[in-house]
Design a protein around this ligand. Structure first.
Ligand code: GLY
Length: 419
């Protein structure tokens, strides 16, 4: 009898050990940050939360004095803070972060009825979208679908695109843009695909697909670099202008724009499994990771062409205004996250995309970009750029750089998870 019990105990112990070993093999979590660095990230976001009592003022960046700068819920970045809190919850597993993420997500409630610009996709998908994914809250589903309904009001069947900004003046003060569509808009399609998946209403997905097709046709050059802005005639759909707003010159490759485009087409493939999007995303990725002006650490200059000779911007540019040409950590973080996803889908160059993403992630996690204890109290990454031509947010921490960095960390450490 005693020996039977011993054998049973031994068998159970063996199974537990075997499961632990197998579990480690299948579910192995990798990390690029040390436990201290991970704790530092949590501390930075705890500081940001302590400094933010008003839910209508959403953390966005810090100023030159190290103070927190916020945006209203209508600012294009308003969803990233809640989104970062969701990712920190996912990385840490600590419910405290979930409670904060819920608070900052639900503070954006009214955005679902707003169609003031295309950014509602970013705002609601990063906040409510992650919230739905991590909690299954049915009420969040309705918010996503209602936001998609607001977003498609900006669709014009002649231009076959969603309008990004309302009618406005371009740089030169004489050109006007009637129906400007910016490459960034590719990022709002995820919300539309998701809304169709959740509701079964194909209108959102059909518009997303048409917008993506129009973008492939009109925004991209033969080398798979992208213009920032394409302006359309709202009656005929004719292309009226191809230009930049935040890049160096009209013909150049604004770094964050290239990143938005890559991420957007990877997302299109995720939802449609249409091989044309995968091929397109690979071509964009190849353009970016093989670019002769990409620095060795793979964190791009704020525009890929800023170091090319002979380009004259339409704005007041003084090359001596910086000691070093600014990099854009936000562009790197978005690219990194997109490359991790691309490496899962791609048969060719899979390892190359994964390696490139890992190099970018390691660079961002190094002391050159990671905020340092005792320096800035808020946010994780230094050295992002909002808009150099507008002279705003140059070489600062920005909440969306953190959001995509955290997403990339998750994609690296939990390859099967996070979408
Ligand atoms: N979508 C605005 C930006 O990337 O600056």
């Amino acid at each position: 009898m005693k020996s039977k019990i011993m054998i049973r105990r031994f068998t159970i112990l063996s199974i537990v050990l075997l499961m632990a070993i197998l579990g480690q093999g299948c579910n192995k979590e990798k990390t690029i940050l040390t436990p201290d660095e991970m704790q530092f990230i949590l501390d930075q976001y705890s500081n940001t939360l302590s400094a933010s009592n008003d839910l209508s003022k959403v953390p966005r960046r810090i100023n030159e004095n190290g103070e927190l700068v916020t945006t209203s819920i209508y600012g294009w970045t308003s969803g990233f803070f809640a989104g970062s809190l969701w990712y920190i919850y996912e990385l840490s597993g600590d419910d405290h972060w979930k409670e904060e993420a819920i608070k900052w997500t639900e503070a954006l409630d009214t955005i679902q009825y707003w169609s003031g610009n295309h950014d509602v996709g970013f705002m609601i998908n990063c906040s409510y979208g992650n919230g739905l994914r991590l909690t299954g809250n049915e009420a969040y589903k309705k918010v996503l679908i209602r936001t998609a309904e607001s977003l498609i009001k900006r669709y014009n069947p002649a231009a076959e695109s969603l309008e990004s900004w309302d009618y406005r003046e371009a740089w030169d003060g004489s050109t006007v843009w009637y129906f400007p569509v910016i490459i960034d808009n590719m990022m709002n399609l995820e919300l539309l695909f998701e809304a169709s998946r959740l509701s079964g209403d194909k209108r959102y997905e059909n518009i997303a697909i048409q917008h993506a097709r129009t973008t492939m046709k009109n925004h991209y050059r033969d080398d798979y670099s992208s213009f920032h802005v394409v302006d359309y005639d709202t009656i005929t759909g004719e292309v009226l202008d191809k230009a930049t707003c935040q890049g160096f010159v009209d013909e150049s490759s604004w770094a964050r724009g290239q990143a938005w485009g890559l991420y957007g087409f990877v997302t299109c493939y995720r939802y449609t499994h249409d091989i044309q999007y995968l091929k397109f995303a690979k071509n964009i990725a190849d353009y970016m990771i093989n670019h002769p002006n990409l620095p060795e650490d793979m964190v791009p200059y704020w525009d890929y062409n800023v170091v090319d000779p002979g380009l004259t911007p339409q704005w007041d540019y003084d090359p001596t205004m910086f000691d070093e040409i600014p990099r854009d950590a936000s562009a790197a973080a978005i690219t990194c996250s997109a490359l991790f996803e691309l490496s899962k889908y791609s048969d060719i160059n899979k390892d190359q995309y994964f390696e490139a993403a890992t190099t970018i992630l390691s660079s961002l996690a190094s002391s050159r970009y990671l905020a340092q204890e005792g320096k800035n109290r808020y946010f994780i990454l230094n050295h992002s750029v909002g808009s150099i031509p507008h002279g705003v947010e140059i070489d600062v921490p920005l909440v969306y750089a953190d959001y995509y960095f955290l997403e990339a960390l998750l994609r690296y450490s939990k390859p099967g998870g996070n979408r």
